[in-house]
Write a protein that binds this ligand. Structure first.
Ligand SMILES: Cc1cc2nc3c(=O)[nH]c(=O)nc-3n(C[C@H](O)[C@H](O)[C@H](O)COP(=O)(O)OP(=O)(O)OC[C@H]3O[C@@H](n4cnc5c(N)ncnc54)[C@H](O)[C@@H]3O)c2cc1C
Length: 559
């Protein structure tokens, strides 16, 4: 696979007229850029901060297989999620793997084995094609049961009153969400797309009632540019409708409601591979089958356990997103009520992940019963507001971003009146994902590199970079010092150099939070941070004042 480095050049971007300009470098924008480039369109993508700095890096990492939508009777979403889970397991096996989840079973009613077993059989039948083209370690097994004893062995101290065992279904899990978005962006660039981070769209360029591009501000220099495009796609997530209101004066109807979704990360609590679904106190207003409260999940992820997800309607600007200790205390109490032996306290929380996701109608939300966002909104502004050349797409789940990109690109191609080849991004490996067998690649890498790198660094290197991992080590030839890790972390110094030279990391926060595992779920060691900023300063010509600013920004995020 080609490995074209990401180079930021707004002057060059302003010199072109693109088929498609994508606004926003979260997972939805990243997938759209890849889909459009793979379909043969000329594409530019602009992101006002760093790629995937927002919700797309701060979620629960699940790749939903759609089984829960059976409860809503939503067969469309069952198919959509299962299809996208398979696609991700196929096209980036290094970044997505299967995740088995246990639902505890009780008695003979809606929480019993017979009832759940019937649902799981329907699900398995509906998704019978889920393993097409998947390597063995990435296949989704049939749903099955655990005995009571097995469940308690995996989850010691779990409330055993009335427990009959557990039903096991399988979702997928992302190893590294920001690197997943980056892999889509790099795939697009390999197909000729131009991308730039720290480039904020401030307005649209109009020709009568037609959007013909966007005005862009370089966040570093404050220089402004006009980027020309035949079509513009607004994938600015929770900023999307605000951008439309502030520039074109148009309001979406219905007005999108967002939820502050929140999950947190604690040290690994269980050794086994299973996640656990716990019944919470909140009801799901859309469910057609009442099985008690909504599920909270406690799932393993690397050396950690993820706990979530909580939802709260939030209609302030995204930059006002906040959480206080009281709320965190309420959330840990809710988990402890469902599983007292977990004995979680706010002090156990290493990282809070939160962001805004599209929610159901605000009017529908009753106390203790929440109606969730179901479908991604795709708006053709020609139809809705008599403004041509502009589409807005606001996504609900990162899982479906590739599939949504496929739909949106088809609409765009139709509007461009263009005959193009049909893309096959559901089976075409993305950047770093051309790996016939991930286990074999990992073992091979351990054999090749074991004299130079510790095993603890090799596995994340493969999982983060996939087939491109040797490219990360290019700089080591000239400077063997770069094989060393940053203090106690698993990150080798070459990864920071690679992030700057190949992956458009322009700030210390980009390297620390999104390109490497330096702050994967906990605070980076101060010496590691110091070493990293020195490497970045040498590469990016930072003086002492800039070094101080960059370190402060990292500390600000860690607060
Ligand atoms: C706690 C939590 C848990 C979740 N769990 C899951 C899960 O397990 N599985 C799942 O599938 N989904 C999950 N989600 C949902 C998922 O995270 C979102 O659906 C997805 O990340 C949205 O991506 P996006 O690209 O639309 O938005 P964003 O990631 O917000 O990206 C939008 C981008 O647009 C940029 N932008 C905005 N305005 C401009 C402008 N004027 N110019 C240029 N750029 C601009 C922003 O800077 C931002 O980077 C979860 C969400 C949360 C918060």
């Amino acid at each position: 696979m080609k490995s074209i480095p990401l180079k930021r050049n707004l002057t060059e971007i302003a010199a072109h007229t693109y088929d498609l300009l994508v606004i926003g470098g979260g997972i939805f924008g990243a997938c759209a850029a890849w889909e459009a480039a793979a379909s043969g369109l000329s594409v530019a993508l602009l992101e006002k901060q760093d790629f995937s700095h927002s919700t797309s890096a701060n979620h629960f990492k699940m790749v939903h297989g759609g089984i829960r939508y059976l409860q809503h009777g939503d067969i469309f979403r069952v198919h959509e999620s299962s299809h996208e889970r398979s696609a991700l397991l196929r096209i980036c096996p290094h970044l997505v793997h299967p995740l088995p989840i246990v639902i505890p079973t009780y008695g003979y009613g809606a929480k019993g084995k017979a009832f759940l077993g019937a649902g799981m059989t329907v699900y398995d039948l509906l998704t019978f094609q889920r393993n097409t083209g998947l390597q063995s370690s990435r296949r989704i097994p049939q749903s099955r049961f655990l005995s009571r004893g097995e469940l308690l062995r995996h989850f010691p101290g779990f409330n055993s009153t009335g427990l009959t065992g557990g039903a096991v279904f399988c979702d997928g899990q992302m190893y590294n969400p920001p690197r997943l978005a980056l892999a889509f962006i790099r795939s697009a660039v390999n197909r000729g797309a131009h991308v730039a981070n720290y480039s904020e769209v401030t307005d649209f360029v109009m020709s009568g009632n037609e959007v013909v591009g966007a005005k862009v501000k370089d966040v570093f220099s404050e220089d402004t540019f006009e980027i020309r495009a035949r079509m513009t796609l607004n994938t600015a997530g929770p900023w999307a409708h605000r951008l439309l209101e502030s520039t074109l004066g148009i309001a979406l109807n219905p007005h999108p409601t967002f939820s502050r979704d929140l999950a947190f990360v604690v040290k690994r609590r269980f050794d086994g591979p299973y996640g656990l679904a716990l019944s919470s106190g909140t009801k799901d207003a859309d469910s057609i089958v009442d099985r008690g409260g909504r599920h909270l999940f406690v799932v393993p992820w690397r050396d950690y356990t993820l706990v979530g997800v909580w939802h709260k309607v939030f209609n302030k600007p995204p930059d006002a997103l906040a959480i206080d200790n009281e709320e965190l205390e309420a959330y840990t109490t809710e988990v402890n009520q469902a599983y007292p032996d977990l004995d979680l306290s706010v002090d156990d929380i290493l990282t809070v992940n939160m962001g805004l996701t599209l929610f159901g109608d605000e009017q529908d939300q009753k106390a203790g019963e929440l109606s969730f966002g179901k479908r991604t909104q795709i708006i053709d502004h020609q139809k809705e507001h008599n403004i041509s050349g502009l589409i807005t797409s606001i996504g609900v789940r990162a899982t479906t971003a590739r599939g949504v990109a496929e739909k949106v690109t088809r609409i765009i191609i139709k509007l461009l009146v263009r005959k193009v080849r049909r893309s096959d991004t559901h089976k075409q490996a993305i950047f770093g994902g051309d790996i016939p067998d991930i286990e074999r690649l990992q073992n091979q890498a351990i054999r090749i590199l074991c004299n130079d790198l510790h095993r603890d660094s090799i596995v994340p290197l493969i999982r983060n970079h996939g087939s491109n991992y040797l490219k990360v080590l290019d700089c080591v030839r000239d400077n063997p010092e770069l094989k060393k890790t940053f203090m106690k972390s698993t990150v080798i110094k070459a990864e920071a150099i690679h992030a700057i030279q190949e992956e458009m990391a322009l700030k210390l926060t980009d390297i620390v939070f999104r390109r490497t595992d330096l702050a994967v779920a906990s605070r980076p060691d101060p010496t590691a941070l110091r070493d990293c900023v020195e490497i970045a300063a040498a590469e990016l010509n930072w003086d002492d004042r800039r070094i101080k600013i960059e370190l402060n920004e990292v500390h600000e995020v860690l607060k």
